[in-house]
Design a protein around this ligand. Sequence first.
Ligand code: PMP
Length: 355
Amino acid sequence: MNDFRSKLVRTIAPYTAGEQLNDKRYVKLNTNENPYAPSPKAIEALHSFPADSLKLYPPLEMRALREAIAAAEGVAPQNVFCGNGSDEILALCFPAFFDADGQGAAFADITYSFYSVFCSFFHIPYTLLPLEEDFSLDLAKLTALPAQGILVANPNAPTGIGIPLDEIRPFVAQNKGRIVILDEAYMPFFNQSAVPLTEEYDNLLVVKTFSKGYSLAGMRCGYAIGNRALIEGLERCRDCFNSYPVDRVCQVVCAAAIADGAYYAEKNAAVVAERERLHAALSRRGFTVLPSKSNFVFAKHAALAGRTVYEELRARGVLVRHFAKPRIADFCRITVGSCAQNDALLAALDDILRT
Ligand code: PMP
């Protein structure tokens, strides 16, 4: 049989998403979804959505959604770009801000693994900075690397470690000759967003999502905030690929969600409280747990291999994420679930540790 695939597609290693076994038998703590339902206002917007309008393409300008995001973030709508999940926006960042024959991108060796996949896909070179022994990121070392632009996930994934805003500010200032892309997917659980800095620094793009802090992973919507030239760069890339990435239903539901900040502040505070409980409970069971500022914990057991913890939990109906990668193969990434889900995880671990 002929192989009609391009050389790129034949050789690239695509990103591996977490298993989506939405089977009720599983306690699903593997893809960092929020355990709480979306805001009642978002659900109401969905129920009252005028379905007949679906015969029309979505509004190109996404004005209502961008205005709602701008109001919540304290910026102007013209500084907001929306996409089909923050993954899509991060993907567009590579052709928008990097040249295949340029100095490439720089990011940590242990971070969101989509970054290197996007680089390979868009033929952009990249340099990896090894995280320190304690999995912290040395921003001075990152600044010293030659690169056309820098990506930092803050808080980082899968480590969960967060960098305070007072360290981010000088970092952005020191890199003012090149773009700094901050992936703030997990910022709702840290509350130190760099969005206010985008007005001051024209090299800063902050990328956020509705998937984690707004309980809307199934909706697929993300946004980026930056100065007009950066946003225009993303728009040009989007319009070379898909002019309508955010559908009508999504625009309406996400606009209603982000307007209900009080609801999410309460729910995300509950996730943070559960995160701290989980951290302590795992420590008591012999795990080393990295200090997380996100909605997951990254933990390694003193006696059990990461793969074993993953497999034994799975056999007991609890899904967590394991990465068979250098330096982190002994860890599992565990999403902070509801109180009941976390209790189920701890009970399963107790069972594993007894045998
Ligand atoms: N950034 C990071 C660090 C993530 O972990 C994720 C979720 N896998 C994303 C971005 C993408 O999220 P989404 O496409 O759902 O907005």
